[in-house]
Design a protein around this ligand. Structure first.
Ligand SMILES: Nc1ncnc2c1ncn2[C@@H]1O[C@H](COP(=O)(O)OP(=O)(O)OP(=O)(O)O)[C@@H](O)[C@H]1O
Ligand SMILES: [Mg+2]
Length: 455
């Protein structure tokens, strides 16, 4: 004999289920409210947008065609008549996250709904979500990332901030952020020549200052700073430089000749001192520092001077000698840790000799007025990249934005570079001035001989 079930307990089940559901809703609500309160004023609108995207996803996905219809037979235990076909609407599942620039939506691919279908639907999703732009990228098989941008990071100026690890910048150059606010780096290891070009006032010097600020705190870097403009731009940075000069062509030639002597001495001694043929295999160090030669307004020293008077001839001879030295440093300095950065308004052959420019492994272009100027610095491939073309950047909103070939990315990338206030760069130069060494004195005695014949 079995006893009948306790009816009071059975009656309690719906109440218990309701209480559990209510508790889950309350806890979830409290978590969301806490997240909302903790978010700053800037992030709250993004959080609201992210929630709306998640809560309306199934409906919006159906409306923009991101739905897959599946036909199947009902399971044998269902009470559908035999032979019935049932259809189900499947929508890809998503996860959302609020980022400073907008909402990140990770979509799991489903059947035939992948990156191509999401790319095609992106303009409609942008309308539905009321965002100006959605970028689509396949993160890994099965996962596509949509970036619903509320703010275009390219037109939002950023200011340079000190990185947590100063030495991390030796192998890579942290250039700024891309249109998705993702960090962009350019290669520095194994690089001996970099060209930075762009119209006057679009951020070349600030870009070089950012690199200076990244590298100055490292004892494994020595600077040669040359400012062809001759103004006050670099005055305070000179305190952190091994060699420095303004628009004095003779002094510049002498400094470059000294760097060449260093290069020759390093070539002779690298195997004995480092045990390798390429310093980048072990990385620059305080004893064998990377020598960064920055030549701002480089065309000042490389332009040929026409004229038959004695002064023109003297200047022309100096320019040719300087060009020869720069060309040699870029061609041979890579393995011994010598890197030359040339900044100029125009990188056409009349400003920078092509045999110098074309040997530079890295090129960066701020706004340019003509296709010819853009092609001169970035190469002819830039004509196939209209979205990243430097001519597009001729707008004050794009001061500080440059087109470049970034590490690990195909084609060209537009990068918002950080602005470096003069006071910040000056303070870093002062605080790190004690790190200045003459790299020639760091080499073993007897290796340093001045090659007068080559001058
Ligand atoms: N990354 C940046 N973000 C925002 N504003 C910037 C940025 N870089 C530069 N600027 C602004 O543009 C001005 C000019 O910048 P900068 O001196 O670096 O230009 P430049 O390209 O070196 O010009 P020039 O060819 O005349 O030397 C700066 O004083 C600053 O106000
Ligand atoms: Mg400048």
């Amino acid at each position: 004999m079995t006893s009948p079930p306790d009816l009071t307990l059975v009656r309690l089940v719906p109440a218990v289920v309701l209480a559990v559901v209510l508790l889950i809703v309350l806890v979830r609500g409290a978590v969301l409210a806490g997240r909302y309160l903790r978010a700053g004023r800037r992030l709250r609108p993004v959080l609201r947008r992210a929630w709306r995207i998640r809560w309306t996803w199934r409906r919006i996905a159906r409306r923009v065609g991101l739905v897959q219809i599946e036909r199947s037979r009902p399971p044998w235990w269902s009470n559908h008549p035999p032979g019935t076909v049932i259809t189900r609407e499947l929508v890809p599942s998503i996860r959302t996250a609020a980022e400073p620039w907008g909402v990140r939506v990770d979509v799991s691919t489903l059947g035939r709904l992948g990156v191509d279908e999401l790319t095609a639907a992106a303009p409609h999703l942008a309308d539905a979500w009321r965002v100006p732009l959605i970028r689509v990228a396949q993160v890994r098989p099965g996962l596509v990332r949509l970036r619903a941008l509320l703010h275009d990071p390219l037109i939002q100026p950023t200011t340079w901030t000190e990185p947590a690890e100063p030495a991390a910048g030796l192998e890579v150059w942290t250039a700024g952020v891309d249109a998705d606010a993702e960090p962009v780096t350019i290669r520095s290891s194994g690089v001996s020549g970099i060209v930075v070009a762009g119209l006057a006032g679009y951020g070349k010097t600030s870009f070089l200052n950012a690199r200076f600020c990244q590298l100055a705190p490292s004892a494994a870097v020595q600077f040669v700073l040359i400012d062809g403009k001759g103004g006050p731009d670099y005055d305070d940075l000179f305190t952190r430089a091994w060699l420095h000069a303004k628009d004095d062509p003779r002094r510049v030639r002498d400094h470059l000749a000294k760097v060449r002597d260093l290069m020759v001495a390093r070539q002779r001694s690298i195997r004995a001192v480092l045990g390798v043929k390429n310093v980048w295999h072990v990385g620059p160090s305080a004893a064998w520092p990377l020598v960064l030669v920055v030549i701002d307004e480089a065309h000042t020293f490389l332009n040929e001077t026409k004229g038959n008077d004695a002064d023109s001839k003297r200047l022309d001879a100096l320019a040719r000698e300087t060009a020869r030295l720069v060309e040699e440093l870029i061609r041979k300095g890579r393995n011994v840790g010598i890197q030359v950065v040339l900044a100029t308004q125009k990188a056409t052959g009349d400003a920078i000799p092509t045999k110098i420019r074309d040997n530079c492994q890295v090129a960066v272009s701020f706004a340019q007025r003509t296709s010819e100027a853009a092609t001169a610095v970035l190469g002819s491939d830039i004509t196939n990249a209209p979205d990243e073309h430097p001519r597009r950047l001729q707008d004050p909103a794009y001061v500080g934005v440059a087109s470049m070939v970034a590490e690990g990315r195909p084609g060209f990338t537009l990068v918002r570079t950080p602005y470096v206030p003069d006071a910040v760069a000056d303070a870093i130069a002062r605080q790190t001035a004690h790190l200045v060494r003459d790299p020639l004195t760091l080499l073993p005695a007897g290796e340093v001989t001045v090659d007068v014949a080559s001058r």
